[in-house]
Every structure is written in C-alpha cells, then in structure tokens.
Design a protein around this ligand. Structure first.
Ligand code: SAM
Length: 285
C-alpha cells in the first residue's frame, strides 16, 4: 500500500470483486475508505461495499446515461485538488463499464490517472479457459442486432487469436447459435459462468457442446465466452516439381537462387535449406 494514497487531484480507477468479496484488495479497501469522492456506476449497488469499508468520501452516481452532465463536475473536483475514485458495479471500470471517458478527460486535463487493479471477468475467464492466452482480443458485448452485429461476427469467425466476449443470460443461446453458424460446430469455446461465485462453472469444449448444454439447461447468472481462434489459412501444398518451377520463375526475374529460396520459404513456411537443395538437385539432374 502506498503511504501517500490517495493523492490530491488524482483519479483512481478501482477494481472491485466480480463475485467473491475476498477478491477486494487491501489497497483498494484503503483507497475507497479514505478518498475524498467516489463515482459509482450505481450508488445503491455499491452502497453495501462502501458502508462496510466506512468510506467517508462523497458519493456520485456515474453511468452511461449521465456521463455528459457528470463529467465536468467530477473534473472540477480534481481541479480543486480532491482525490477521486471511480468504481463500477463489479470488476474493472473502463472494461465494458463507465470509466474510459473519465480517465481520458482527466488525463487530458493533466491529472494523474492511476488504476488500482482488481478482478476482471474477461481475463479471469481467459486464463481459466485453457485456450491460448499469449495473443487474444476482447470484443465485450457485440452490437445487439443488424448489419453491425453480422459484420462483427464475420470478423470474429476469421480471427486467429482467442476472442473474449460478454453476453447477458437471456441472449446467450442466440449468440451460441450465431457462433455455430459463423465459426462451425467444432470451434473450441469455454463459456465461463458465475466466475468466482459458488456456482462457478466452465462449459465447453466446442460451440456444439456448449449450445447443446444450454439448450438443455436454461442459462442463468453471468457469462463470459472465450472462443478459440480460427485455424491458420492452409497453404496449398506444392510438390517438388511445382516448388522448383516457382523458384525458377523468381530466378528468371533476376532474383539470386539463395534469395529465391528465402522468398519462397517465407510464403510457404518451408525451410530455405530444403528449397535451396531442390534448386541444386534440379541443376545437376
Ligand atoms: N467491468 C467488468 C469487468 O471488469 O469484468 C465487466 C462489466 S460488464 C457490464 C458485465 C459483464 O461481465 C456481464 O454481463 C458478464 O458478461 C461479465 N461478467 C461479470 N461478472 C461475471 C462473472 N462473475 N462471471 C462471468 N462473467 C461475468
């Protein structure tokens, strides 16, 4: 815990639990208890948490419907030198939750913006899915309908990185059905339900299996979907004669034999040495 926290005129984006109250960090507890003002997505929802912490700061509601009117007021507090925390109903503010605009405005106005990290459904689901997490993308909630949604689903279907999505329980079956149509029944998926809570579970391992499960068991609770990436586009496999022809074409264009082997290796994924040998064999035959 930093001794000088909360600092005057600073904005803190504070992560709060997504289910398990034990996940609130000591640093987050200290900050929320002592900060001058707290912008909450829903003051009633966060009331219990803040009262348990005996948070003394002034509470402000801050949600997607009052961002425009509330922002100048919150910036003014920072301008006056007050410390300000922002929290959402659960998880990390700014991730499919209010926080992004405030962080942006505070930063532009020259105020320090710090994050007190905490749970986030997206990363919690990702790392527990067992799907590749080295490279991934976050889509949050898809547009609810129409062309925009279809376009997004098309992009997701050819995305080679793991994709993380949020969805409301009453729309889960529709989304799984759409993923079935766009990505096919065998695409790997883990549907994380009620993360960090008593009835936490993962449903997979393919889109077909998840769809069948939730057709039989009504989706209840909160869901984060982790979809495996599309397989890399298969390169047509060329035989040695075809490879030699391609090398020869490059050489005829004035490329040296070693560069021709290098260029073809880059486009086919074959080893340069193998392609180079092919050329020399061809010459000596
Ligand atoms: N800012 C939050 C975060 O950092 O996780 C996300 C807020 S977004 C409005 C809420 C969505 O997150 C839910 O509809 C659900 O898709 C996902 N979510 C939140 N808590 C979850 C949980 N315990 N288990 C699974 N998904 C959860």
């Amino acid at each position: 815990m930093q001794r000088d926290e909360p600092a005057a005129g600073s904005l803190y984006l504070v992560g709060t639990p997504i289910g398990h109250m034990g996940d609130l960090s000591p640093r987050a507890s200290h900050l929320l208890a002592t900060v001058d003002a707290i912008a909450c997505e829903d003051t009633r929802h966060s009331g219990q948490l803040l009262s348990n912490l005996q948070a003394r700061g002034r509470k402000f509601s801050f949600h997607q419907h009052n961002i425009r009117t509330r922002l100048p007021q919150l910036l003014e507090l920072l301008e006056e030198g007050q410390s300000l925390a922002v929290i959402s109903d659960a998880g990390l503010p700014g991730i499919s939750d209010p926080g992004e605009e405030l962080a942006n405005a505070a930063r532009r106005a020259g105020h320090p913006v710090l994050c007190i990290p905490g749970p986030c459904a997206a990363t919690t689901a990702l790392v527990s899915s067992g799907l590749p997490s080295g490279r991934f993308c976050f889509e949050g909630f898809l547009p609810t309908k129409g062309k925009e949604r279809r376009q997004r689903l098309e992009q997701i279907s050819s995305e080679q990185r793991t994709t993380v999505l949020y969805e409301a329980p009453h729309r889960l079956l529709t989304l799984l059905d759409e993923l079935w149509n766009h990505c096919g029944p065998d695409r790997p998926i883990q549907v994380a339900r009620e993360l960090t809570k008593r009835h936490e579970e993962q449903v997979g391992a393919t889109v077909q299996e998840a769809l069948t499960h939730f057709q039989q068991t009504r989706p209840q609770g909160e869901f984060t979907l982790v979809l495996g990436g599309a397989p890399p586009i298969a390169q047509p496999t060329l035989n040695d004669v075809e490879l030699t022809e391609q090398l020869q074409q490059l050489i005829n264009q004035g490329v040296s034999s070693s560069d021709a082997a290098r260029q073809l290796a880059a486009t086919t994924g074959l080893s340069r040495r193998r392609l180079y040998t092919l050329l020399h064999h061809d010459a000596s035959d």
